[in-house]
Ligand binder design. Sequence first.
Ligand SMILES: Nc1ncnc2c1ncn2[C@@H]1O[C@H](COP(=O)(O)OP(=O)(O)OP(=O)(O)O)[C@@H](O)[C@H]1O
Length: 423
Amino acid sequence: MSEEIQPSMDYNLDADSELRFEVEDKNAKVYVTLISGFAEMFGTELVKKKKYEFVMGAKVAIFTYHGCVLHLAGKTEVSYISKETPMIQYLNCHAALEQMRVVAEEKDERGPVVMVVGPMDVGKSTLCRILLNYAVRLGRRPLYADTDVGQGSLSIPGTIGTILVERPASIEEGVSQTAPLIYHFGHKTPSGNSVLYKAVISKMAEVTLESMNENKRTKHSGIIINTCGWVKGDGYANLVHTAQAFEVNAIFVLDQERLYNELLRDIPSFVRVVLLPKSGGVVERSKDLRVENRDLRIKEYFYGHKTPLYPFSFEVKFVDLKLYKIGAPPLPDSCMPLGMKAEDNKTKLVAVTPNLGLTHHILAVSFAEFTEEDVIGTNVLGFVCVTHVDMERQSVMILSPQPRPLPNTLLLYSELQFMDSHA
Ligand SMILES: Nc1ncnc2c1ncn2[C@@H]1O[C@H](COP(=O)(O)OP(=O)(O)OP(=O)(O)O)[C@@H](O)[C@H]1O
């Protein structure tokens, strides 16, 4: 078989410009090397002469403040240099946050808590990554809270979480996922259960803010909060709730003037609300691609990304499972017990009797041992996937990152599914 000759080319970038490219081919491998000068990818500096590998799905911008030469080898979908980037504005935002951190240090107060908002595909996650990278490059130790349940970066979809950021994101693998604090939500969009979403956000915010008191460096460094692209109606109400719960002191609004004006109207004036342009390079993702991405995140959870992981498969008897779903089906207020609102039902733990419908579903393994505990407000240990339900044997087969036994048997049902094609 003759090997296809791969294109390879040097790109000369002027100061304040970026090389953008996408990799779409399933088997393509694209390599980038910084030949001379200085360059960074979403805030992480490239090491000179090091070869970085990108595979299918990569949508990349390599930016330079001073000019550089980059070598690009392999089949890309598009590759071009752009001089129109909002990086200087993003850098100014970082500088403003840094000033707030200096003041926080002097007064031993909490540093900036900033929320990044905007519609879908405007580069919210990318801006968070840039701001976090710039902060750690200056020796800061900020927290990153990801409240995007659909396309979050800290764990599998259907969850929200917080992580302490101690080093710049890896060029090839993104934001580090070491030891995040993860909360189960169980739906791929906040609209799946808005009451529960708000309750989980409140709890996560409380714990995250409290954790800042344990470490002075983190306290002064602050928090960067990423949000969902759902900005209308209930989605907007969720954003306002998140801002209140985290007691934010700045909001960066990407691309949408309407959202910016709504926030100016509804958020107290001591919160700085800043409108920022989106980068022309941000790539729109179709609905199908979002579904694919969600699937990929779950696959990576069990099977790893660059470094392969080897999950375990074992049987668990129905009697050994304490399986719950959060949120009972809606009842009219008139049918509710005295003093309860229909809303309370949405955060209620409902026992699930195992059945065939569980097949392929993700289950969150709770840290809580008893239902009397605050299960919704307790973070999770990890996730398993039901690969098979055997009604005759009264058991389920599960895919788990750890060998048997389950570290805890209180499991929470998730609407998200994963077809394990490896099994
Ligand atoms: N300047 C750029 N040039 C090329 N690609 C970029 C650039 N900025 C961001 N991207 C890519 O665009 C894609 C979408 O960006 P990002 O995930 O930050 O958007 P988002 O607003 O957070 O999306 P969502 O609505 O799903 O939360 C990502 O794959 C990212 O790598």
